[in-house]
Design a protein around this ligand. Structure first.
Ligand SMILES: C[S@@+](CC[C@H](N)C(=O)[O-])C[C@H]1O[C@@H](n2cnc3c(N)ncnc32)[C@H](O)[C@@H]1O
Length: 228
């Protein structure tokens, strides 16, 4: 079983306002894949669902032109604060996925969207921490939209890096990406012990068949996709 990578040193000490997602194993796994991409001065990067701005900052530190979006004002403010503290320029916009950058194209899109399956409709209040993880009964409420949005904002040779739980069904992500004209593959994966959110709804997740009856770990997967 592959364990989660360590936190990149550059992500130590990030500020997160109350309710904002602090970088975790999924962030670190995506960061590892991001590190292998040819990002440099002039690369246009978009971080969808930026949270603390962790992934946006890693790209900015390599000289990229970085834009980042989040639905939460507190996430937007956290990212602006973290960018200022790191003396990096990141354009941080509040809004739904790629809505704030409609019509623009990016060489690299990274995203760690909400993906934890949740019974019932997700709460949409700006200050609700659950905005960072609740993703509807199959966990795909935002994921499917990220696949579609990526197709609209990637440049001709652009690449999407997307992380989610194995509970959300990797093959469905690959299918959705293909619908958007993108060919995806699994770039990295790891297994992590259940976190507090998954643990709190373990009975429901197992009853839905989303988790093994006796497992204690969750698989995280990073998908890398590019135009066909
Ligand atoms: C799992 S957190 C990821 C944060 C950060 N990118 C990371 O990897 O640590 C998901 C983020 O998505 C944001 N979010 C949820 N729905 C969104 C939407 N429709 N458009 C933009 N951001 C959204 C949440 O506010 C939260 O900051």
């Amino acid at each position: 079983m592959t364990t989660a990578p360590p936190r990149p040193p550059a992500l130590s000490g990030l500020v997160t306002l109350p309710g904002v997602y602090a970088p975790q194993a999924d962030t670190h796994l995506l960061a590892r894949v991001l590190a292998a991409e040819p990002v440099g001065p002039g690369t246009r990067v978009l971080d969808l669902c930026t949270g603390s701005g962790a992934l946006a900052l890693l790209a900015a530190l390599r000289g990229a032109h970085v834009s980042a979006t989040d639905l939460s004002w507190r996430a937007v403010l956290s990212t602006r604060l973290n960018a200022a503290r790191a003396r990096q320029r990141v354009r941080v916009l509040r809004g739904d996925l790629s809505g704030p950058v409609r019509g623009q194209r990016f060489d690299l899109v990274v995203s760690n969207p909400p993906y934890v399956p949740a019974p019932g409709a997700p709460r949409r209040r700006d200050h609700s921490a659950a905005l960072a993880w609740d993703a509807g009964p199959g966990g795909r409420r935002t994921l499917d939209r990220v696949c579609a949005h990526a197709g609209q904002v990637l440049s001709a040779h652009g690449v999407l890096l997307l992380v989610h739980s194995g509970m959300c069904r990797t093959e469905e992500t690959l299918r959705r990406l293909a619908e958007a004209g993108l060919r995806g593959e699994v770039a990295d994966r790891c297994h992590v012990p259940f976190g507090p959110v998954t643990r709190a709804r373990l009975g429901w997740l197992r009853a839905e068949g989303l988790l093994e009856p006796d497992g204690e770990h969750e698989e995280l997967v990073v998908i890398r996709a590019a135009r066909e």
